[in-house]
Design a protein around this ligand. Structure first.
Ligand code: URA
Length: 364
């Protein structure tokens, strides 16, 4: 499913945008249509916040009405020329991030000429525009919807060449990583492991899985059994997987820390530095097409490692998004999700997780 960002000037095209939004709702889920960047917190860099919001979308619709280029501020200056004009900042961000941008002309507006645009958005004038007219609204919308649906993240083939040789090779490589983990006596959590008589938890699942889940750290149950997600969080994860018809054995499940930290707490920078090379090795071996990060630590690690524009986004902004990225073996999607444990503290979050899991059906 495509997520769509609608960029517009209220004074210029609010009425048209309302109609456009209502029509889009027939084809896209409300959480996939982004219209007004909500709640920029006091102290937050608003340029960064707008950048994050644009980054989270697959397609960007710039609605241009008759006053779009000429609307003025209270000092009689053209809005579009101001550095802090949200419309301009969002368009510049979409251009910079290489998003699909569709200018939509309403109210008989014309596409602005390059010379009428500030330098950071002149490239907008090279985008082919689509006209939304009152008379042909339904058919114009159909064209727009077809273009937007085309921007959906590409469905990855399930199980690329899962022949028995590949499977065997990957299983053996994972075993070598497991041996290194077992012998990791310099780990900051080695003493906890020994004193608690815990097992390290490498992960489990299909060594050639198309979808890989990365959680935070093994809990006590997991460390007692040497299995990821087999305690209360695991019950929730299992339910979510079942809900979309995905067999647990067909995916690979691991964590960003591979030893139990001894208590329910966040990973320290030292622990992350020690264990993330293991996670990198696991990804390199399995070569999944989709990496689902569960919780903010796995999300931040992957987005920063891949240096993605979304790397400063919060989990509240990014959960459920399909973020395209490239690894040495090909194109992948990172899909940030809340950690299943949130449901243990707030039952209402289960619906959010369920909705986000629905996105994975694209890859099943
Ligand atoms: N929480 C996690 O992040 N991982 C597990 O394996 C279990 C609980």
């Amino acid at each position: 499913m495509t997520s769509v960002f609608i960029n517009y000037r209220r004074q210029d095209s609010e009425g048209y945008v309302g109609r456009l939004y209502d029509h889009l709702l027939r084809h896209f889920a409300p959480q996939d249509i982004f219209m007004d960047v909500a709640s920029i917190e006091p102290g937050q860099d608003f340029v960064q916040a707008l950048d994050n919001a644009v980054a989270a979308c697959d397609a960007f619709v710039a609605v241009i009405g008759p006053q779009w280029a000429t609307v003025q501020n209270e000092h009689g200056e053209r809005r579009l020329d101001q550095w802090n004009d949200f419309v301009r900042i969002e368009i510049a961000s979409a251009i910079k991030q290489g998003k699909l941008i569709v200018p939509v002309l309403v109210g008989r507006a014309r596409m602005p000429a390059p010379l009428d645009l500030p330098e950071d958005i002149t490239a907008l004038s090279r985008r082919n525009a689509l006209e939304l007219s009152h008379g042909n609204f339904a058919s114009d919308m159909e064209r727009l919807i077809a273009v937007l649906k085309d921007a959906a993240p590409t469905k990855q083939s399930f199980k690329r060449g899962s022949d028995s040789k590949t499977y065997q090779r990957k299983a053996e490589s994972l075993k070598a990583v497991r041996d290194d983990l077992v012998n990791a006596t310099t780990s900051p959590l080695y003493t906890v492991r020994v004193e608690g008589r815990y097992f390290p938890v490498l992960g489990e699942g299909d060594p050639d899985a198309n979808i890989m889940f990365i959680g935070e750290s093994p809990g006590k149950h997991e460390a007692q059994q040497g299995k990821p997600f087999c305690g209360p969080s695991g019950d929730i994860l299992d339910e979510l997987l079942r809900g979309i018809g995905l067999a647990r054995e067909s995916v690979y499940i691991t964590n960003i820390l591979l030893d139990h930290p001894g208590a329910k707490r966040e990973p320290t920078p030292q622990e992350l530095a020690f264990y993330t090379p293991f996670a990198d090795r696991i990804v390199d071996i399995i070569q999944p097409a989709v990496i689902v990060t569960l919780g903010r630590f796995a999300m931040q690690y992957m987005l920063k490692k891949l240096d993605l524009p979304e790397k400063r986004g919060t989990i509240t902004q990014l959960h459920g998004k399909l973020i395209k990225a490239r690894l040495h073996y090909g194109e992948i999607h990172i899909v940030p999700m809340y950690h299943p444990a949130v449901v243990l503290y707030s039952a209402s979050q289960k619906d959010t997780l369920k909705q986000d899991f629905e996105k994975l059906k694209l890859f099943v």
